[in-house]
Design a protein around this ligand. Structure first.
Ligand code: GLC
Length: 571
């Protein structure tokens, strides 16, 4: 028997991330909003997802695209009003879906009333809500960097002091060692939980605390040198080197031990409500606590941290990750989000992108753990390289363009291209709903907040794909449905199988009620995989024209994936 009933909804669910500014524009002003999201509730239901993670919907000056919040208990006016938010929440609940909000605890906007007060004078009661240090202009308290470029300290002339910011200077870090900050933010969490939201995705959760002794970084590698190293990194080993330098550079500014006590307290708060979820934007397994006393889910980012998904990479990732997971902790997998290149572009080879996208989804939806999708990937949206820097909206696009000129000596055109490729505008462009001007996102005579990718015209749009049984959208729907109908795929055990072939990933998902064997060929050549005897019925594949069994081996076409089942799915 399967023990599916013992599992929580967030273990069985397929999550779908909505980036509100780009999802659907209800009032035709070129910016996504709640009216748009409400009009697409049925679309979400038909896609078959169980839960939505909504990127920040709060009032924000929008320096960091909504991750700089100026009112934690409001709704951005360009997205609608609280009434619209509630309607969206109710609409999801009525259709059996959940809603998880983005909660940014590390920092606020510099336009938040708390910071405005805090910076106003040294004796303001909110002064200690942020991290202030004395210092002379031009001599920051430490040599720490902001991960978004330059010093982590900003000099404020008004009170002749520095404040600390891990991200942009418009995102001052809160001082979490001040109990009043904790109380205020816990009240924010209660506010939304009381309204009925089903949990939070905790933004940049590892950066909440800094080493309180503020030691200098001793290594001597500058951020610009690290950037040069990253730009020149050509292979996975070099990538790992960059990552390890990066971790050293920020070691005093993230993953400090106190954060775990705080997570435990937040978990206690959450557990006062029924069956809610906390999801950490971190891959650090320590955030699971003992498996049941900190966060419910933490992303397996190492899975997506590769230029190409290969059988070898996935095998190693699963071996390491699953072995290290605390008992009772639940895995969580994703291949893309609003901060990373689009799955379709990133892992595609330019020729077989459609087959590869399907293969990758087969992986994501059959691995053990809760899968997260990012809006637009279901129709194969790809990165849009914006050539006009005047259309950049993510300051990181501008930052990388400037760095490329300065550090690499690139000319302006090359630097702009680098900015467009390394920034996050490319993967945040508006959703393509139909083959109409602006992809049907907003009216023809309105300029959308980010340009729409013109490939809406060549079939990359919802409307066309709904009508085409062979479309990527219908493939997503079918596979999500298969997972939804199969308790074994949702919660069964995972066991690696050796197919006698490095290029092919084979694993079994099984429990008392049945077993699936998944065989995925991540290479561009025909491969033979040895499977166990009687693997079951071939019930799902991304490329239909299978070559047929040979004695003892299954031939798999380039990028072909097959799922065999010995389980009866629920009709
Ligand atoms: C997280 C968000 C990212 C944001 C940053 C600062 O990493 O995903 O978009 O820029 O935090 O809030």
């Amino acid at each position: 028997m399967n023990d599916i009933a013992k599992h929580h909804w967030w273990q069985k669910a397929v999550f779908y991330q909505i980036y509100p500014r780009s999802f659907a524009d209800g009032n035709g002003d070129g910016i996504g909003d709640f009216a748009g999201m409400i009009s697409r509730l049925d679309y979400l239901q038909q896609l078959g997802v169980d839960a939505v993670w909504l990127s920040p919907h709060y009032p924000s000056p929008y320096v960091d695209c909504g991750y700089d919040i100026s009112d934690y208990q409001g709704v951005a006016p360009e997205y609608g009003r609280m009434h619209d938010f509630r309607q969206f929440l109710d609409g999801l609940h009525q259709r059996g879906m959940k809603l998880v909000l983005d909660l940014v605890l590390n920092h606020t906007s510099d336009q938040h009333p708390w910071f405005i007060e805090s910076r106003s004078n040294r004796h303001n009661p909110k002064r200690d809500w942020y991290i202030w240090k004395d210092g002379k202009e031009g001599q920051p308290p430490t040599n720490w960097y902001s991960t978004f470029g330059g010093s982590a300290w900003e000099y404020d002339k008004l009170t002749s002091a520095y404040y600390y910011h891990y991200f942009f200077k418009e995102q001052p870090d809160l001082n979490w060692r001040n109990p009043a900050v904790k109380e205020a933010m816990f009240n924010v969490a209660r506010f939304w939980l009381d309204m009925g939201v089903d949990g939070f995705r905790l933004d940049a959760i590892g950066t909440i605390f800094e080493d309180e002794n503020y030691p200098p970084i001793p290594d001597g590698m500058s951020q610009e040198e690290l950037y040069r190293l990253a730009r020149n990194s050509l292979n996975p080993e070099a990538d790992e080197k960059v990552l390890s330098y990066w971790a050293r550079m920020y070691r005093y500014q993230s993953d400090q031990p106190e954060v775990h006590q705080l997570m435990k307290e937040l978990r206690i708060l959450l557990d006062e409500y029924e069956d809610r979820v906390l999801i950490g934007e971190t891959d650090d397994l320590a955030f699971y606590g003992n498996g049941n006393d900190e966060l419910h889910l933490n992303f397996n980012f190492p899975l997506m941290r590769t230029q190409r998904l290969t059988a070898k990479h996935v095998r190693r990732n699963q071996q390491e990750r699953l072995a290290a997971l605390p008992v009772r902790a639940w895995p969580c997998n994703t291949l893309g989000n609003h901060d990373s290149a689009r799955v379709y572009s990133r892992y595609g080879d330019g020729e077989n992108n459609s087959a590869i996208a399907r293969l990758n989804l087969m992986l994501l939806l059959t691995l053990r753990g809760t899968p997260f999708l990012y809006n637009g990937e279901e129709i194969g949206m790809s990165d849009l390289i914006i050539e006009d820097p005047g259309r950049f909206r993510d300051p990181l696009s501008r930052l990388y363009a400037a760095l490329d000129q300065k550090v690499m000596g690139s000319d302006k055109k090359t630097a702009t291209l680098t900015g467009a490729m390394m920034g996050r505008d490319r993967n945040r462009t508006p959703m393509q709903w139909m083959d109409a001007p602006n992809g049907g996102f907003c009216p023809a005579d309105i300029e959308p907040w980010l340009p729409v990718n013109s490939d809406y015209h060549t079939g990359v749009n919802v409307n066309a794909q709904e009508k085409d049984p062979g479309s990527l959208l219908n493939f997503y729907r079918a596979l999500i449905k298969l997972r939804m109908q199969s308790p074994t795929l949702q919660t069964g055990a995972y066991e690696e199988i050796d197919p006698g072939n490095e290029e092919v990933l084979v694993f079994r998902r099984w429990d008392g009620s049945g077993s699936y064997i998944v065989a995925l060929n991540f290479s561009d050549a025909l491969q033979r995989a040895h499977l166990p005897d009687n693997p079951g019925m071939n019930i799902f594949c991304n490329i239909p024209n299978s070559v047929g069994w040979e004695t003892g081996a299954l031939p798999l076409l380039p990028y072909q994936g097959v799922i065999f089942s010995q389980e009866r799915t629920v009709d």
